[in-house]
Ligand binder design. Structure first.
Ligand code: SF4
Length: 286
């Protein structure tokens, strides 16, 4: 693992994501090394010859001059890499940013695959509007281990529960949904009493990792090759429409609201989670 400290001009950048006003990436690169990582394109932009997961640049930045200007804004950590990857336990860069923003009425949104975020639960709890999401696309630890180097699914659920018990909003981000592998209903069943929102995102295959995923399917799930070919080469969307219908029925029978692209923080904390279909926000293939 190649680790370098780099000086950034600023840490918060205007976001063009629909879910936030600003985003921050204290790290470039990600130790979790997910096989399907959309951010692996960063290698090219940052001149890193190493494999994705084989380097991390740790940012240092000048202190925020006017943190009050972010009051009322939603800040997303992180849009490209995981803000609580293992190096955060040593460098505390995400923690430092939270300390800089603390007390300025920022709406905070954190996305991770780690339970290291528990270290900062008290700090995060001081933000009036905060939510933390964990990506969970399987209950099968074997599949998880083949796809990423983050903590186990059980540890992610345990962290989600601890935040939820502490009165901090949580999201179960079921992403990426692997056709024929991800059991969406089973994951919602596990999460529904410890989260406020469930997001569903389909697997997109683009860039270099399309070949890696298709080879993995060929090797480990040859029975799914035809399905993946239909979706990712022939661009047949019927799998997603059928899944949409299945999830709609599951939600109906479990009294869970099922909507598209609704990301509000304002619902009753104790209300059942809303399940959000976020399919097709990007093309399935490129
Ligand atoms: S945790 Fe997120 S950023 Fe890190 S490798 Fe996995 S998908 Fe990419």
């Amino acid at each position: 693992m190649r680790i370098e400290e780099v000086l950034a001009k600023t840490i918060l950048t205007k976001s063009n994501l629909p879910v936030s006003d600003y985003s921050a990436n204290p790290y470039i690169g990600c130790e979790h090394a997910c096989k399907y990582c959309y951010a692996s394109f960063m290698r090219r932009f940052t001149n890193h010859p190493e494999e994705w997961g084989g380097f991390v640049d740790v940012k240092t930045w000048p202190e925020l001059k006017h943190p009050e200007k972010y009051s009322g804004c939603e800040v997303f950590l992180s849009s490209v890499t995981d803000p609580y990857q293992p190096l955060e336990s040593r460098y505390c860069r995400t923690r430092r940013l939270l300390q800089e923003l603390q007390g300025h009425d920022v709406r905070l949104s954190i996305a991770t695959k780690s339970d290291l975020v528990l270290r900062d639960i008290d700090l995060i709890g001081t933000f009036r509007n905060a939510r933390v999401s964990w990506s969970i696309n399987t209950l099968d630890e074997g599949f998880r281990e083949e796809m990423d180097r983050a903590v186990s699914i059980e540890r992610r659920f345990a962290a989600m529960k601890e935040f939820h018990d502490a009165g901090i909003r949580t999201t179960c981000f079921i992403s990426p949904i692997f056709p024929g592998i991800t059991d969406v209903a089973a994951i919602i069943g596990r999460a529904k009493n410890i989260c406020n929102l469930v997001w569903l995102e389909n697997l997109n295959l683009r860039g270099n990792f399309k070949g890696a995923i298709m080879s993995w399917i060929h090797e480990r799930h040859p029975e799914l090759e035809g399905l993946y070919h239909n979706i990712y080469t022939r661009r047949d969307l019927s799998y997603w429409y059928e899944l949409d219908e299945q999830v709609r029925n599951f939600c109906r029978s479990n009294n869970l609201p099922y909507v598209r692209n609704d990301d509000r923080m304002s619902r009753d904390f104790d209300a059942p989670p809303v399940v959000v279909n976020y399919f097709f926000h990007e093309e399935i293939t490129r």
